[in-house]
Design a protein around this ligand. Structure first.
Ligand code: FAD
Length: 457
């Protein structure tokens, strides 16, 4: 096996100098993602510009057994973008081209580094959009990163998550082979669905070098609303009732009073510090009117009151800052997070459980999220240097996950497993994990693609 210096020399010879760096400031950026997990400094960062370059880099790493962590924007929240010891970071954020565009088919093919909001800006003129809209990271998240984490967002309750939109992928496997998966047909029953397999695989099976996605038409009309409630359980009951009634909701976000408090603190919104729901409906006027009426009825039944946002603020601009606000609300405290998902009728029970266990252990809890999907973020704040407090928060996190699994849910509804939830992965998937490991070996026989993420081989 080559040593680290040999690998760096070979890499430097393979690509132009401005696409390769071992400078400490650039390694420091590539060492971390947006999780609170400790970073790992890579040997080098390589900015690829084409599929062929990626194939050459992977072939070299295959020969030398060098780990590769592919990076889009690095906005992942569970450590899936943190590099491996003695590994390199393959940064695709400069691959931002729109390769092909078929507005009449509502489809586009892009390089993996294009940013979500930039793509939607491009599509807007034709009245089209790519809906999944990650709440707080649409302005940074890349399409490749979204596919690799199967990201979802505020509009996923109506339109679905990223996976539902991916038609075709070009990938480079762990041996450096370039393979095309899928096709542009919307309906297909032809063989194993490898496109879906790559979606959510967190860079462990292949490097995605192009993505063909289907698009949706921008809605004819929109109606936004907001309600405040006396308590968290009433707000979450209103959500599960709206879903039970089959209301055609485009977006429904729940923010508990601790999140609203943090938002006021960071941005000075002056919102009433009480549990709130932000809603949006899409469609023609009459559909909007009937949805508005029924949602108000359901919220009123749960004691909800309509909230007029100050200065006609857009609810999604406020929602955008939720994670950031929590992060800054208590200096010296670190976030411990999860993104559990479960059948929608369990939402009130889950919200109650999160607050009950946190109150018992005197840990600050924040619950919020794209709740119409049965998805809840339960973020805790604890001091890492206070061993007892940190332990308690970790214990609560595990209890929330255990409870989710008992209710038939999943550890991760949108952020993935990465390093953060690796220990609990087998609890959810049991013997299926062995099958996943065999699949990984087929794509990546030397285990060089983001090794140690999701599970250990
Ligand atoms: C404030 C904030 C709010 C957020 N809100 C949401 C939300 O509402 N919904 C949501 O789903 N997520 C959310 N996220 C998480 C994150 O933004 C998403 O997971 C996003 O999809 C990651 O995109 P990225 O380009 O940053 O990927 P990265 O962090 O760079 O990578 C994520 C994973 O994908 C792999 N990867 C990246 N590109 C490729 C590629 N081309 N080929 C193969 N593997 C690749 C990486 O190795 C890593 O495992 C939020 C994050 C922040 C910081």
């Amino acid at each position: 096996m080559s040593n680290d210096t040999d690998i760096l020399k070979e890499l430097a010879a393979l690509i132009p100098g401005d696409q390769f760096s071992t400078q400490s400031d650039q390694l420091a950026v590539a060492a971390e993602d947006e999780s609170t997990l400790p970073g790992v400094t890579p040997l080098a960062v390589v900015w690829a510009l084409s599929t062929n370059e990626i194939a050459d880099i992977v072939k070299l790493c295959y020969k030398t057994g060098t780990p590769i962590t592919t990076r889009g924007a690095g906005s992942a929240l569970e450590g899936s973008t943190i590099p491996c010891d003695n590994g390199i970071v393959l940064d695709v954020s400069r691959m931002t081209n729109i390769i092909d565009y078929w507005p009449n088919d509502l489809q586009v093919r892009v390089q993996p580094g294009i940013i979500y909001d930039d793509l939607n800006l491009y599509l807007k003129n034709d009245g089209l959009f790519f809906p999944p809209s990650p709440g707080g990271s649409g302005d940074i998240a890349t399409i490749g990163g979204m596919v690799s984490t199967n990201a979802s967002g505020i509009y996923s309750v109506k339109y679905g998550g990223t996976r539902e939109y991916v038609l075709e992928l070009e990938i480079v496997t762990g041996t450096g082979e370039i393979i095309k998966l899928g096709n542009r047909a919307i309906k297909r029953s032809s063989g194993y669905n490898l496109v879906d397999l790559i979606s959510g695989s967190e860079g462990t099976l292949a490097v995605i070098t192009s993505v063909t996605i289907k698009l949706a038409g921008l809605p004819e009309g929109r109606y936004q609303d907001a309600f405040v409630f006396n308590d968290e359980i009433s707000a979450s009951k209103a959500v599960s009732e709206m879903c039970r009634y089959g209301l055609d909701i485009a977006a429904i976000e729940f923010l508990d009073r601790a999140v609203i408090r943090a938002l006021n603190q960071l941005k000075g919104y002056g919102l009433k510090e009480t549990p709130s729901l932000f809603l949006e409906f899409h469609g023609p006027r009459e559909v909007l009117d009937s949805n508005a009426e029924l949602s108000q009825e359901i919220c009123t039944e749960q004691g909800g009151l309509r909230l007029t946002l100050p200065d006609n603020q857009n609810p999604w601009d406020i929602r955008h800052w939720a994670t950031e606000a929590i992060k800054h609300s208590r200096p010296g405290y670190t976030i411990l997070r999860n993104d559990v998902a479960f059948p929608i009728s369990c939402l009130p029970e889950m919200v109650a459980y999160c607050h009950q266990v946190a109150d018992e252990k005197k840990i600050t809890m924040h619950t919020f999220g794209h709740v119409g999907l049965g998805l809840l973020h339960a973020l805790m704040l604890a001091r890492r240097d206070n061993e007892d407090e940190w332990q308690q928060a970790c214990e609560i996190n595990n209890m929330i996950i255990q409870k989710t699994l008992e209710l038939g849910g999943t550890i991760s509804g949108e952020h993935g497993i990465g390093l953060g939830h690796k220990d609990l992965f087998e609890l959810e998937h049991g013997s299926a994990v062995e099958l996943m490991k065999k699949i990984k070996q087929q794509f990546d026989p030397k285990n060089i693609l983001n090794p140690g993420k999701i599970f250990d081989l």
